[in-house]
Write a protein that binds this ligand. Structure first.
Ligand code: AMP
Ligand code: MG
Length: 336
């Protein structure tokens, strides 16, 4: 008899195509990520989707090889059903449907934001954290309350990762050795000394970053300030706004853990700011290791396990992608 106790997860919401494999008790056996790096400009959804289609078989093969399992040992296929970019999501969903049908196993649609929280809990041991999820596409402060992951604060326009990426591109920086733009801005910011006043926009529990970005880009074009100082000021202003709303959510929810996740979680300056407020409120600071903080298939596989074990399966006819699937709309019966 074939032992079946693995879930394979497919992530394809934006620029990354990734396949992860998790056991049913949360051992991550593989997490292969292929990032799409545009030659020029931002992410074009159709171009990124083409990348995903091109690399899907190789990424899948590598993940199976790394996990040292056989395809027929997989008992569920999980995929990122949303939120995200339509063409990218559809490519991942198509691969997932084909695999599930071929293997004769259930399909499990996973909410991408929920997955970021669940992998964070798995990897850091956090049980009931206030989560700050900061990435290329999302900036969300969330915590579990009354059956759902509630959104306490978020960006009203662009995500913080996107803000840093656009600024870096406007500054003519290039992604050498595949280093993310956010990391390049972080390096330059570390050399900055002068804090240039920039728009600071906090509206209730939400923030807005587009005014800040426009102002920083305008100053960049004027050429009066050093790039290092602009990077430093952009980072300080954006991260202070995020930290302010995170702290308020922490004071309100009185959670005892703060979890930092998403691609921007790799930033040491942001880590130090969040760590500081966590300490002030007597909460434990947890940060997800970068391999699991960026968009990855392992988080989809693990959340797929949790959902599947709680009876969630997604029939093919309901497996359409949900571009704007909000965090609080996703059922999480495994969280108590
Ligand atoms: P994700 O959307 O989760 O895949 O994360 C990608 C985002 O994280 C991009 O916007 C990157 O520029 C950003 N990022 C990666 N490393 C860093 C860093 N060290 N500091 C700030 N942002 C970063
Ligand atoms: Mg990404």
């Amino acid at each position: 008899m074939v032992k079946k106790s693995y879930c394979l997860g497919i992530e394809s919401t934006a620029d990354d195509f990734s396949v992860g494999i998790s056991t049913f008790d949360g051992k991550i056996l593989a997490n292969v990520i292929s990032a799409y790096i545009p030659e020029k400009g931002g992410i074009h959804p159709r171009e990124a989707a083409r990348h995903h289609a091109e690399v899907a078989d190789k990424v899948l093969e590598e993940a199976i090889k790394k996990a040292k399992i056989k395809l027929k040992e997989i008992s569920a296929i999980a995929f990122s059903q949303g939120p995200g970019l339509g063409p990218c999501l559809r490519t991942g969903a198509t691969v997932a449907r084909a695999l599930a049908a071929y293997l004769g196993v259930p399909l499990v649609g996973v909410n991408h934001c929920v997955a970021h929280i669940e992998i964070g809990k798995l990897k850091t041991g956090a049980i009931d954290p206030l989560t700050l999820y900061v990435s290329g596409g999302n900036t969300i402060v969330s915590a579990f309350d009354s059956g759902r992951y509630r959104v306490f604060g978020e960006t009203l326009d662009i995500a913080v990762g996107n803000c840093l990426d656009v600024f870096a591109r406007e500054a003519g920086l290039s992604q050498k050795r595949g280093l993310p733009f956010g990391a390049i801005v972080e390096k330059l910011a570390a050399k900055g000394k002068k804090l240039i006043p920039l728009p600071y926009t906090v509206k209730g529990m939400d923030i807005s970053l587009s005014g800040l970005l426009t102002a920083a880009v305008n100053l960049l074009k004027q050429g009066t300030y050093k790039l290092e100082d602009l990077c430093y000021s952009l980072q300080e202003t954006a991260f202070s706004m995020i930290t302010e709303v995170t702290e308020r959510a922490l004071a309100h929810t009185e959670k005892k853990e703060v979890l930092l996740t998403g691609g921007v979680a790799a930033n040491k300056r942001l880590q130090s700011m969040i760590k500081y407020i966590a300490k002030e409120h007597g909460a434990k600071f947890c940060v997800v290791p970068s391999e699991f903080a960026v968009d990855n298939g392992a988080m989809i596989a693990w959340t797929g396990v949790l959902a599947y074990q709680h009876g969630i399966v997604t029939p093919i006819e309901e497996s359409f992608v949900k571009l704007r699937w909000r965090l609080e709309e996703a059922a999480v019966p495994w969280v108590k």
